[in-house]
Design a protein around this ligand. Sequence first.
Ligand code: ADP
Ligand code: MG
Ligand code: ZN
Length: 489
Amino acid sequence: MAEMEPVIGLEIHAQLNTATKLFCSCPTEAVLDATAPADSPPEDRPNSRVCEVCTGQPGALPRTNARAVELAATAGLALGCRVNEYSVFSRKNYFYPDLPAGFQTSQLDPPICEGGGLAITDGEGREKRIRLNRIHLEDDAGKCVHDDQRGRTLVDLNRAGTPLIEIVTEPDFRSSGEVMEFLKKLHNILVHLEVTKGRLEEGEFRCDVNISLRPRGVEKLGTRSEIKNLNSFRHAGQAIEYEIVRQGGLYDQGATLVQETRLFDPARQETRSLRSKEDAHDYRYFPQPDLPPVHVSPGALARLKAAMPELPEQAEARLLALGLTEEQAAVFLDRRGAVAYFDQARPLLGDDRRLAALMVELLLPACQRDGLSPLECRVPPAALAALGKLMADNTLSRRAAYDLFPELFEKGGDPGELARSKGVLQISDTGAISDMAAEIIAANPGEARKYREGQEKILSFFVGQLMKKSKGAANPKLAGEVLSKLLKS
Ligand code: ADP
Ligand code: MG
Ligand code: ZN
């Protein structure tokens, strides 16, 4: 049997970060009960956040949430898609108890965004672009709660009508590693842009994996299975590995595969068949007559583009160009607010590498420990820049600066004053050092002669004397320079 190659395409659902649902003003999150004690978590009583629209009652008129449209367009801009000026909502008809209207409101043709892509690194370390097919807006369904003990099923519609985007890729992946890298990167971008809160455990970012095998070199796609609702990057990878083996085994036996929908069971590390797959026409899509087309005007699109923050990849490239190491850049991107802090402190210190080192070695670990963004802590950019300046002009040794930092972080204030009050400032005043140097040379004529006769090593004796005389406060480098100059004269 020819060697088989996996072909994988993804459909990713991301819950949009809006306060209200896609077509009504019901909240997307549990609301705090005003009568509950202040510290109690918001209780999400079933069917407490519903109205006639999100429960699909006849005659109720939906209205499109403008913020959801903006967030979908922002995602499209970030991923290099074409954002359509007009797109259309369609009804995707099917029956399920948690879908009271009898249809999901989704977009078939045209969707809000088309094309685009995202680059990842493939197995051989080469850059590989994953093409996107489309991004469309749709609403989420409710939830069936099965009560096995009493043998009944309850329906909770709190989630019904929550805005989602579905991102559909082309079948461009060839391994589980590529899929996991793509998912992490996509998640990173959408969370960074605040398009989604992206809480995986809440199902706010979940994906369906479509996977088939084909003999290497053959163009035509094989029969796929679709593994639904994976809300962990690792599980997505594990489900793919399992499917490669399962489908490969069937081909080896000469079996014919059927297109089907499967579920992954993390406990057993296997996928199981749920149903054979419906084709798109089974849904009888038709334009939703209750909603006007989604409109993103050129002006609105330009405003969204202008308001878009730097993407993680652009920030990384910029940090590397400023001389940061890859490790430092990775730490910066991993910590909320680090890049913004860095950008504010840069002009104040004027030494990007020193600033990055201070942040990575001192500031960010302390913030991490206390769960703070650097811009929220007691060391504002100006104070860290001041600390860096004291080090740059040798007024504060690196050692002293690092010793001082925990107190600065805890109490705030001016680093110069703190250093002075601790008596750890170095004497970098050439005049003061010269006076001491002259006295020491006068008191040690024998050693001075030896130095002049060529025993240059004796300089360290003089530096030691000067450090002693200054009670350790002199800047040793400067002391050496001044002493050697005086000894030679
Ligand atoms: P549906 O919406 O019915 O699941 P789509 O045609 O929209 O189907 O495809 C969904 C995803 O499945 C896309 O990412 C697509 O690239 C991928 N896909 C389609 N056919 C195959 C196949 N034979 N093998 C692997 N992936 C596939
Ligand atoms: Mg699908
Ligand atoms: Zn509602």
